[in-house]
Design a protein around this ligand. Structure first.
Ligand code: SAM
Length: 375
């Protein structure tokens, strides 16, 4: 359901993306409203160059599009789709906004920077490092978040890379941080970082926003031994591939398989491409940013591997996993196999039973369960 956002800049009908995943939640929060109201009060000159970081569903960029030159910088393909849908819904030309994936370089100098503090602070750190050469001491910088999502570390990162921080009073449980840029020494980014998977004798590269950037997920580790040679599986997808670990192991053990790795994070896909190149330099694969299997042909895959996500941005829940399971069922061939690893308490067994012909528990630990669902 569309919700209306009214600020001094515009009145807009906005939707989350995916639209059907969480109908009770709206596409903007009090921190977005606070950022826009504060910016209006500061009266930026018309045609100011504005950079928006981590706009969840496009509410900031869409609000400002008609009056300013807007670049929107984000790691999320779902956020990018939300932005485009909301532009269309509000009759704002797509050309008014330049979307820059977080894996691309910033090119311009900005008069104003609006930052939505992301869930992953390594992403914030990387973004601030990239931002440094593109601001001056005159750039107006406002960062915003809901107080429950705002940590001391975010404050420290802003101070470290940009300048002194002044916190605002809370409004509707949101807070703004006004950052005054000072000349800072440019620091070499610590990202991407690496860790070694001993069993595979493989070093995995992880860009800042990658899931489990500092070490292999315990769930992934539980599924790994079951990705053995299975000659009947040819067309195989790693759904929500992160750094590509599941698809890469499967490919190493299955020379016949043709792999597709997808993720909604640009940094995940950059990492997966680098890791694939390192592990399987002479083998091709499709590795791409996508909204799950949305554009995959129905009945086209033999097998899908998935360690499902449990949150979209700050919202925790099983809605993305459920959506992925439905996509998986549609894209598998008859008798095709979905392999998942998940926290046991999520009870995906019952959910998969409703969607698939047969569901088998392959293994379980205190915390995790590996399930194989056959279409
Ligand atoms: N497969 C990796 C592993 O085992 O380490 C990562 C698993 S992580 C729990 C889930 C991944 O799903 C994240 O990398 C996240 O970016 C991705 N994701 C979330 N929503 C997605 C969507 N709609 N389409 C594609 N990937 C998505």
């Amino acid at each position: 359901m569309s919700k209306v956002l009214t600020t001094p800049f515009a009145t807009l009908k906005l939707d989350r993306y995916p639209t059907d995943s969480h109908p009770s939640l709206q596409a903007f929060d009090a921190a977005d409203e606070y950022l826009l109201n504060e910016l209006a009060a500061l009266n930026p000159t018309k045609n100011s160059k504005i950079l928006v970081l981590n706009d969840s569903f496009g509410s900031l960029a869409c609000s400002l599009a008609n009056q300013f030159s807007i670049n929107s910088y984000s790691d999320s393909y779902l956020a990018e789709l939300a932005l485009y849908n909301n532009l269309v819904q509000n009759n704002i030309p797509l050309s008014t906004i330049n979307f820059i994936p977080s894996t691309e370089l910033l090119l311009e100098q900005y008069d104003v920077v609006l930052i939505k503090i992301p869930k992953t602070l390594a992403l914030l750190e990387e973004q601030l490092i990239q931002l440094q050469p593109h601001i001056t001491t005159n750039t107006l910088i406002l960062a915003g978040a809901m107080i429950k999502h705002l940590s001391k570390t975010a404050n420290e990162l802003l101070e470290k890379y940009i300048g002194s921080v002044q916190a605002s009073l809370a409004i509707k449980k949101a807070r703004l941080l006004r950052v005054t840029p000072t000349h800072k020494k440019l620091i070499k980014s610590p990202y991407p970082s690496c860790y070694k998977v001993k069993e595979l004798n493989l070093t995995l590269i992880n860009h800042a926003n990658v899931f489990c950037r500092e070490g292999l997920d315990i769930g992934t580790r539980v599924l790994m031994p079951y990705l053995t040679y299975q000659p009947h599986l040819i067309n195989v997808a790693d759904l929500g591939c992160g750094n590509g670990i599941l698809g890469i192991i499967f490919a190493l053990n299955n020379p016949q398989a043709e792999l597709m790795l997808v993720d909604e994070s640009y940094m995940a896909i950059a990492s997966a491409k680098e890791n694939w190149q390192q592990a399987l330099p002479n083998r091709s694969a499709t590795i791409k940013v996508a909204d799950g299997l949305l554009n995959q042909a129905k009945n086209s895959l033999d097998c899908i591997l998935c360690n499902p996500p449990f949150h979209q941005q700050q919202v925790i829940g099983d809605f993305i996993a459920k959506r992925m399971f439905k996509q998986a069922r549609d894209c598998l061939k008859p008798q095709g196999e979905l392999w998942i690893v998940a926290n046991r308490h999520l009870n995906y067994y019952q959910l998969l039973k409703k969607l698939f012909t047969q569901v088998t528990t392959i293994t379980q630990t205190n915390k995790f369960i590996v399930l194989k669902a056959i279409k």
